[in-house]
Design a binder for this molecule. Structure first.
Ligand code: AMP
Length: 188
């Protein structure tokens, strides 16, 4: 069973994804990370991708969907995947679900719940450590969060109606949140 991890920026999603992946042998597909790699490649495609990331905007549909499709299709079925940051809007959900169906992969989703204002504060703290340009600008962060609320929350709601979502409170220490996640994933 594959896993989708949802959570607003700053919810601790990336950190928890790494821990879960190590414990349960998931391969992580981190949409933002994959796109940052393309942005850094220096190609014309990279320049396009970079301009979206720097503005905190969703990269065009065709680009991200091709990346995720290839990532899914190249992995053997026995290799579990943890998806971080995809799908992020209704169109991506439609195509993502189709790719997963085609690959014969079943999945559940976890939503790490966090108040957006708490997320902004956590990211502004983290930017100093990791040095990500799109994390240093408060307006860009707020734009990404508005996109999450307006585009990604409806995706989560829709998976909820399909009975695929487990909600986990994210406003606690990394350790405490992980303890809950570990139990949830063990019982998937
Ligand atoms: P993240 O690392 O998840 O905060 O994503 C950083 C940036 O990568 C976002 O602000 C978008 O520009 C881009 N990005 C990440 N995931 C997606 C996606 N599923 N669709 C489009 N753009 C994405």
């Amino acid at each position: 069973m594959d896993l989708l991890l949802f959570g607003i920026q700053g919810s601790g999603k990336g950190t928890q994804a790494k821990r879960l992946a190590a414990a349960f042998h998931f391969d992580i597909f981190e949409a933002g990370g994959e796109l940052r790699k393309i942005a850094a490649s220096g190609s014309p495609l990279g320049a396009t991708v970079k301009s979206y990331i720097d503005n905190g905007k969703l990269v065009p549909h065709g680009i991200i969907m091709q990346v995720v499709r290839e990532a899914v299709m190249m992995r053997p079925k026995g290799q579990r995947i943890l998806f971080d940051g995809i799908p992020r809007d209704g169109d991506q959900k439609k195509d993502f679900d189709a790719v997963m169906r085609e690959a014969g992969r079943d999945f559940r989703a976890i939503h790490l719940l966090l108040d957006p204002e708490e997320g902004v504060q956590r990211i502004l703290g983290r930017a100093k450590v990791e040095g990500r340009a799109d994390d240093a600008n408060e307006e860009t962060i707020r734009h990404r969060m508005r996109t999450f609320v307006s585009q990604t929350i409806p995706v989560i709601e829709s998976y909820k109606r399909e009975g695929k979502v487990i909600e986990v409170e994210g406003k606690r220490s990394v350790e405490e949140v992980y303890e809950v996640l570990e139990k949830v994933v063990r019982n998937l």
